[in-house]
Design a protein around this ligand. Structure first.
Ligand code: SF4
Length: 355
């Protein structure tokens, strides 16, 4: 079988330099090419005026370039916008743009579906079909920039479909491209990776690409978390929180702990006090997320009064806490509602962190 041509959009600077070195080209060409295809989003090789004709021809012949097809484009009443992006194998993923006064956040997917089966999450209910490739992660940012404008996105969060730490082989080069000044130039403080708690992946992320960290926590006791976030049975709270304590935080940053508020499940005063206890010693910020319902889910959102009481206990413990305003829930774009179109989702939990 002939070797597959490399996907140009998925090559970070190091990989591109390696490819070009094999063609006898100097490494600075990689910076120029990144600037064209990512910085300026020009993909017509003919426009790359500072690249020789011979190199442009070689790029065009020996690399491939794939962008997803926009299958649906939905705009919520609050300005949140969700795209359903079709992939060549018939799967489709979702990407959400959340505009605010002072920022534009893009929530990207890292897998087609998810194997971790969190019981309050629409993606988890689909199972996992496959990991996304680096170019498919990057294509989400490109699509959003093409539509919203090159400067519209100020922050990237890996909180869409999938568990990014189970796809580090593809996510790490994507982070390199996002942070590379010759590609997208996002500072590490503007990128957040969210995990349900895959501890070995967390250590590796901290060692290789320390960006902001968010933990999908959702419970302060193992017996509750085992049900809500089943990966807790492999990496229980004590292990996860130890990993948080050793994570190399960026200066003046906190770890965000996401906590979905489920009526009668995890929202008691005792749960709030237990949360304070387990977070002790961690620079933490708690995000309370009123549950967003989806078809087939049995959970109910905690009443607002309960959410407020829970928040007040955390605040009295001197931990920063905000209650997240649901964004885009009228188009199923809010937290936990992303479903995409996942073919043949398998429900297994392959917890190996890739080399
Ligand atoms: S919450 Fe995140 S980790 Fe859990 S099933 Fe959903 S996408 Fe997967």
């Amino acid at each position: 079988m002939p070797a597959q041509k490399p996907q140009l959009l998925g090559l970070d600077r190091q990989s591109l330099e390696f490819l070009l070195a094999g063609w006898g080209e100097s490494p600075f060409r990689a910076k120029q090419i990144l600037q064209w295809i990512h910085g300026r989003q020009i993909t017509d090789f003919a426009e790359m005026s500072n690249i020789s004709k011979a190199l442009r021809a070689r790029l065009s012949e020996e690399t491939q370039y794939a962008e997803p097809e926009i299958l649906a484009d939905q705009l919520a009443a609050d300005g949140t916008r969700k795209w359903l992006l079709g992939l060549p194998d018939g799967n489709a993923i979702e990407t959400v743009f959340i505009p605010e006064e002072d920022r534009g956040t893009l929530c990207v997917s890292s897998q087609v579906g998810c194997s971790l089966a969190c019981s309050f999450c629409a993606t988890g209910a689909q199972g996992l079909n496959r990991n996304l490739d680096t170019h498919e992660i990057i294509a989400q940012i490109r699509t959003a920039r093409q539509i919203q404008g090159l400067d519209a996105i100020t922050n990237i969060v890996f909180m869409g479909m999938g568990e990014p730490l189970l796809n580090l082989r593809q996510v790490l080069p994507a982070l390199d491209l996002l942070r590379d000044d010759f590609a997208y130039g996002f500072g590490p403080k503007r990128i957040t990776v969210s995990t349900a708690g895959v501890v070995p992946g967390l250590d590796r992320l901290g060692a290789e690409s320390p960006v902001n960290l968010a933990i999908s926590l959702h419970a302060s006791r193992d017996e509750v978390r085992d049900v809500l976030v089943p990966v807790n049975r492999h990496y229980p709270l004590a292990e996860l929180l130890d990993a948080c304590r050793r994570y190399p935080l960026l200066p003046r940053r906190r770890i965000t702990f996401e906590y979905v508020m489920l009526d009668g499940v995890n929202d008691s005063d005792a749960d709030a006090r237990a949360l304070l206890r387990i977070l002790s010693g961690i620079p933490a910020m708690v995000n309370l997320i009123p549950f967003n319902s989806f078809p087939g889910s049995d959970y109910q959102r905690s009443p607002q009064k309960r959410i407020d009481a829970f928040r007040d206990i955390i605040l009295r413990g001197d931990v920063m806490t905000v209650t997240r305003r649901p964004r885009g829930d009228d188009i199923a774009a809010a937290c936990g509602q992303l479903a995409g179109q996942v073919r043949d989702g398998r429900r297994s939990i392959p917890l190996r962190v890739q080399a």
